[in-house]
Design a protein around this ligand. Structure first.
Ligand code: HEM
Length: 511
């Protein structure tokens, strides 16, 4: 427990640090500084309390400013809310780069500490060997085309039993169900039959790690200050190590094989590769789980839209064999269910609080006006952008399920920089097609086959866990108990999915 004297000493040290480092650091050409309620430490606390949402909250408080500076004591965040400046960031992608964040993640999220390994992973522009970015870029071709189709096929095999179970379950937690279904399906699709996450204890350990990341990221005596996530991370790394030693990757996805191959060729040990791999599941599930939950929530919350979507899927995306087997076809959802696709993107637009991030690697004069100093971070929160009239027109703040239907070239360009759920070019989420297949297939089958009603009968928004450091899709805090009942229209019908090779990519809008 900290006593008053310790608090006073801490306060004095912080204040001294602030005046030594801060006063002299401020250049008048930098974007205007904004303060938070609590002097000096306000933005640090804001980040701990509101996670990635803090940048958006600050931007909303200063709508008159296209860019603001937030002082984080020993570093600064430049928060951008203007599409023009966002494009200026894109033009300066050499000095405003995503790549340094990969090293930060290896160190603070995966816990890699050997300086030689960190030098291997560091980007080449910063004098390292560039292995981190190499591994990341090697993943992109494994998440499209044939490898994507194979992952989708494995994913649906695992997801269907969860959907079947809904028919005979009593009251259950819908968020927990999304979590279990996504984790099982995504990890099996990635790691294959020897999937280390098959063991529920490993899965639970991973969620201890993910939900405790706020404390772990600080990387200050983590075995003491962040014991639960630290232990969770170790347990998962050990399970991945065992999987790799036993050759599990041979039967896994191309994605997993390529990551291992690049890590080994680049000089990592199998232990270090396993540590790095723990963080990979963040990409796979931390956003997909809440996105899936909000899709179900937003559809059951709107009965008329739900009805329209059921009709659209029934008319265009179901094939029935002679023995009466009903299959939902992924290609047909992609090509012939425009309302479902548009609704999905509108849910992502309205529910995400993404904040694409770049590190300033060299002093940069943005749009010939704002000085961004090396070592600081640029953040571009989507919330103020996703609500801007200039980007989305008069209905920018409303939910419009038809917003993304039939949009011609002109409309797309008007929206440039406005849809940031999957990031901002050139750093765009390579997993968006896999995530979209997983969510849309599951949602299509669930809404066709079940009526779902929350305990208490009202679709009231649950509280969100705003402290998450890695999820931009509003993870839910606590439970969301519901009851599901099979729809009488499909009593006795057998169900399946159909995925056609080469058709797994979605025409989604990106920023
Ligand atoms: C609804 C689900 C998802 C959302 C909303 C999402 C969102 C994002 C965003 C916003 C970024 C860019 C971060 C930034 O610029 O700061 C990103 C990057 C990334 N995402 Fe996703 N993602 C999702 C699912 C997935 C899945 C399923 C994978 C699986 C492979 C994945 C893999 C990645 C990777 C590897 C990157 C880093 C890209 C790079 O360094 O070039 N994501 N994602």
């Amino acid at each position: 427990m900290i006593d008053t004297t310790q608090l006073l000493i801490l306060g004095a040290v912080v204040a001294l640090g602030y005046f030594m480092f801060n006063g002299s650091r401020h250049d008048p050409r930098e974007p205007p500084f904004v303060t938070s309620g609590i002097p000096i430490l306000g933005h640090m606390f804001g980040m701990l309390w509101h996670g990635v949402g803090h940048w958006g909250n600050q931007a909303k408080k200063h709508p008159e400013q296209p860019i603001i500076s937030l002082d984080m004591l020993f570093t600064k965040f430049y928060v951008i809310t203007s599409p023009d400046l966002m494009q200026a960031v894109q033009r300066n992608s050499k000095t405003l780069s995503f790549e340094p964040l990969l090293l930060f993640s290896a160190k603070n999220i995966s816990g890699i500490s050997n300086p030689k390994t960190l030098d291997l992973l560091k980007e080449t522009d910063a004098g390292g060997q560039g292995l981190g970015p190499k591994i990341m870029h090697a993943m992109t071709p494994t998440l499209v085309g044939k490898p994507l189709d194979l992952m989708n096929i494995h994913m649906i095999r695992l997801i269907q039993p969860f959907i079947e179970k809904l028919g005979d379950s009593s009251t259950f937690d819908l968020y927990e169900w999304c979590k279990d279904a996504t984790t099982a399906a995504s990890t099996e699709a990635t790691y294959g039959p020897m999937n280390p996450y098959k063991d529920k204890a490993v899965q639970d350990a991973w969620w201890d790690f993910e939900t405790g990341l706020g404390a772990l990221i600080a990387n200050t005596l983590p075995w003491l200050t962040a014991r639960k996530p630290w232990k969770g991370r170790q347990k998962v790394a050990d399970a991945i190590l065992k999987y790799s030693q036993e050759g599990g990757q041979k039967e896994g996805s191309k994605l997993t094989a390529v990551r291992l191959q690049f890590a080994m060729e680049g000089g990592l040990t199998l232990e270090e590769y396993s540590q790095l791999e723990v963080g990979m599941l963040i990409a796979f599930v931390s956003n997909t789980v809440p996105a899936m939950f909000w899709c179900l929530f937003d559809l059951y919350y709107r009965p008329e839209l739900l009805d329209e979507l059921r009709k659209e899927i029934e008319a265009n995306a179901i094939s029935v064999t002679v023995d009466g087997m009903h299959s939902i076809d992924l290609t047909a959802i992609r090509e012939h269910c425009p309302l479902l696709l548009s609704t999905f993107q509108e849910i992502l637009r309205t529910r995400s609080n993404s904040s694409p991030t770049r590190v300033v690697t060299k002093d940069t004069l943005l749009a010939d006006k704002y000085l961004l100093k090396a070592g600081n971070t640029v953040s571009m929160p989507s919330i103020p952008m996703a609500q801007r009239k200039e980007v989305w027109g008069d209905t920018s703040k409303a939910f419009d399920e038809r917003r993304f239907m039939n949009s011609g070239e002109k409309d797309y360009s008007r929206r440039a920089g406005g849809f940031l759920t999957f990031g901002l070019s050139p750093t765009i989420c390579p997993g968006r097609h896999f995530a979209s297949s997983e969510i849309l297939l599951l949602v299509a089958m669930v809404i066709l086959r079940y009526d779902i009603v929350p305990v208490g009968g009202v679709w009231k928004e649950p509280t969100k866990d705003t402290t998450s450091m890695v999820s931009i899709m509003g993870p839910v805090k606590g439970k969301f108990p519901v009851n599901a009942s099979p729809r009488k229209e499909y009593a006795g019908v057998k169900w399946g999915f159909h995925v056609e090779e080469g058709k797994g990519q979605f025409p989604l809008i990106i920023g």
